[in-house]
Design a binder for this molecule. Sequence first.
Ligand code: DSN
Length: 415
Amino acid sequence: MNKQNLATFDPQLQEMIRKELDRQESGLEMIPSENFVSMAVLEALGSVLTNKYAEGYPGKRYYGGCEHIDSVEELAINRAKQLFDAEHVNVQPLSGAPANIAAYFAIMEPGDTILGMDLSHGGHLTHGHPVTSIAKIFNFVRYKTTPEGLIDLDNLRSMAQEHKPKVILVGYSAYSREIDYPAIQEIANEVGAITMADIAHIAGLIAGKQMNNPVPIFDVVTTTTHKTLRGPRGGMIMCKQKYAGAINKSIFPGFQGGPHENNIAAKAIAFKEALEPEFQNYARQIKLNAKVLEKKFQEFGYKMMFGGTDNHLLLVDVTPQGLSGKEAEKALDIAGITLNKNMIPDDPRSAMDPSGIRLGTPALTTRGMKEMEMEQVAELIRAALDNHKSEEKLLEVRNEVHALTKKFPLYPELV
Ligand code: DSN
């Protein structure tokens, strides 16, 4: 076995990691699906649990030597159940897309119809975008938001009556409003559909009791664990007991092989962190910070989609500022502010060069930034957008960004 550490064995790679750490430390991370994990989560990810094969589930494995792995996985499951009030939890999905795909196969047959939100209105690729492989297997019918940015329940009801879907899917990756789960469940009951929610973006806000929780109501709920939930990169499925067997079989042996138990241990740590009362303050602050951005953007006259935000993110059409989403992303990148270009509802432009930008507050809130800093962040965004043609001005903004982030050290243990 190689006995050298990373620094001596592979300084080339270590330097790449150091540069990425420096980028994360010195910039303003505003991609709403990103966050910064704790040292305890990092430690579990780098633990010897990565060495172990454990196909199967606790108590029913295809390999020997799983007694400690079983304890780890059971701990993660029990903490997730407590956190979300779930009847059944599968912590093995490798990430959000595999979780969604496995869930579809657990509750549908090929050719079945599923009603999901249009991508440009905030849905996700795995919610049936035609470019995905699953769109060839299931019949995705897409609903949209109203011009005011709401989910039109009357329209959803008539679409459900017309298409008789096997599944109604909610939960979005670029939508900034709350979701009325009981109302959706009522529509599903009327047409005999299974309800599914993908809460990947808002799981931390739900765990922190700042947004409605679909888990006790809906049949199946999928999530990632690395966004607002602030755990390791990974996925999870929660469901009613009646779907437990189908969900488990769909994950393994249906789609995946050996679970990544180092990752599952890191999930268990993130769930313990999210069960602490302090996490509720964190989730509350994410929303307060997003509201400050909303207020400032209103002052600037920015065109916010869905009329603003109830969660951690904002979707802004930057066309009136005289640039595309791609140009805005690039200018902000030069200024040290990281976010992503994004389609706006019924975007006339393409996905690679759309009209909007999507930004959020979970990562900056983890650093300890509050309302006062958000006011400054909004001004920095405006300065970058207003000066997007001047590299010199963008670099001046970058200096201000560095001065701000210096006050909020991220991983002092690692520098
Ligand atoms: N890629 C994630 C996001 O940024 O929203 C969703 O999978």
